[in-house]
Design a protein around this ligand. Structure first.
Ligand code: HGY
Ligand code: MN
Ligand code: MN
Ligand code: MN
Length: 421
């Protein structure tokens, strides 16, 4: 990894108007009534977003490669092109009720850095790569952060390709149907390696805005465990069936929902637990629910807590099943431990913010990001900027153009400090 070149380019600034326009142009693909974006992974809307990105990246002089899980790499040659690459990226797939900025900002901030270097006629010593990672959100297909997870060897390509959505469409089929099943091997067979990975992202929480601070220097990200739970009782008539004789799967599920919340509260302030999806069968107003399927998303700042929460959740499910006279299945579908980021790169982010005279503070990311898996194979760090009222994974997600511009300038300077000019 190159030693950090002195950051002598604080006089170069990105074009905030062009960045904002790119964000608005991309947000048109999958735009929703309420001003958000619904661009689920590997749908035709995702294809349209990918195609637009590739066209922009080619216009910026990049060479495009796509790997076998659909990650897109836009490469800008360096003077010494065999040096380890300095990488940035994020995702353009969104939640069903997603916003314009989650993921999209990190991809387009990276593009803005390349465009700015083109305008300034600067070729860096090391090559640069801008990445669009496949299925970061984990909403349509599990696991979350799928493309970066395969790239970093967290799970196999075959495992990822074999995952299916709730309609039974596999990642393999969906990837082929949008034409992004690439030829590049993944994990990569790259000889050169990655010198540094930076990811710019909105905070998706209230900390920066409440502290009236522009730059979040992300020191780590919470670990996560995701579960699929199935509780099976007996469908029966809501009228003639006496209360003590019921095997009500939804009643048992409600015990688990409350218990998950209590488990997180018991590990305050950093633990999290969310039941975000639930399917009640047969979902008829005068039938006692016979089967309930639901998800549990648990997070914590240290692995010991995360495993204590796992034990507590499984005990809560068993107790609810016993009490409700129902059977229970619990499958863990995602696990990654809390991930600290690389100190020397975190320092580059701090230095970039200071050199640009921007307010900055250390934060821990409650959200998972592709940088979490990239941190397993390269020094990685993240740059956060505030989002309005700390709201994300919501169509009203919003961010200030000047904050997005500031974060992109910090990204530019952190990358130049690593890539050498
Ligand atoms: O769930 C997460 O942390 C991210 O939005 N995929
Ligand atoms: Mn994101
Ligand atoms: Mn997200
Ligand atoms: Mn994320």
């Amino acid at each position: 990894m190159h030693s950090a070149a002195p950051d002598t380019h604080t006089d170069i600034h990105i074009d905030g108007t062009r960045l904002w326009q790119s964000l608005m142009d991309l947000a048109r693909i999958g735009a929703t009534e309420k001003g958000g974006v619904c661009r689920l992974a590997l749908t035709d809307l995702d294809r349209q977003g990918r195609d637009l990105f590739c066209a922009w990246a080619r216009d910026a002089g990049c060479e495009i490669r796509v790997d076998a899980i659909g990650n897109i790499f836009a490469r800008r040659a360096g003077r010494s092109d065999t040096l380890p690459v300095v990488m940035t990226g994020s995702h353009i797939d969104t939640q069903p009720t997603g916003g314009k900025f989650d993921g999209n900002y990190g991809v387009l901030a990276g593009l803005e850095v390349l465009r700015t270097l083109n305008d300034a006629g600067i070729q860096t010593e090391a090559p640069l790569e801008l990445v669009v990672w496949t299925n970061e959100e984990g909403s349509r297909f599990v696991p979350v952060m799928m493309g970066s997870g395969v790239y970093a060897g967290a799970f196999t390509l075959d495992h990822a390709l074999g995952q299916a959505d709730r309609e039974g469409v596999s990642v393999r089929e969906a990837l082929a149907s949008i034409g992004y099943a690439g030829a590049e091997p993944v994990p990569p067979a790259r000889a050169d390696g990655v010198a540094a990975y930076f990811e710019a992202h909105i905070e998706q929480g209230p900390v920066l805005e409440n502290a009236d601070t522009v730059i979040g220097v992300v020191t780590a990200a919470l670990g996560q465990r995701w579960y699929d739970v199935v509780l099976t009782g007996v469908e029966a008539h809501a009228g003639p069936t006496p209360m003590p004789l019921r095997h009500d799967a939804l009643l048992a599920a409600s015990d688990v929902v409350r218990a998950a919340n209590d488990i997180a509260l018991a590990h305050a302030p950093n633990a999290r637990a969310t039941v975000g999806w639930m399917d009640v069968f047969p979902n008829s107003r005068n039938v006692i629910p016979g089967r309930v399927r639901f998800t549990v998303d648990m997070r914590a700042a240290d692995d010991k807590t995360l495993s204590a929460m796992d034990t507590a959740l499984r005990a809560a499910v068993a107790a609810a099943a016993e009490r409700g006279g129902v059977s229970a299945q619990v499958e863990q579908v995602v696990y990654f431990p809390p991930q600290p980021f690389a100190q020397e790169l975190v320092q580059s982010v701090r230095q970039g913010a200071a050199a640009l005279g921007l307010s900055a503070m250390d934060v821990v990311s409650g959200a998972g990001h592709d940088a979490v898996y990239m941190a397993r194979v390269a020094p990685a760090a993240m740059i956060f900027v505030p989002c309005k009222d700390g709201i994300s994974h919501n169509e009203i997600e919003d961010a200030r153009p000047d904050h997005l511009e500031a974060g992109c300038n910090v990204l530019l300077h952190a990358m130049l400090a690593r890539a050498g000019v």
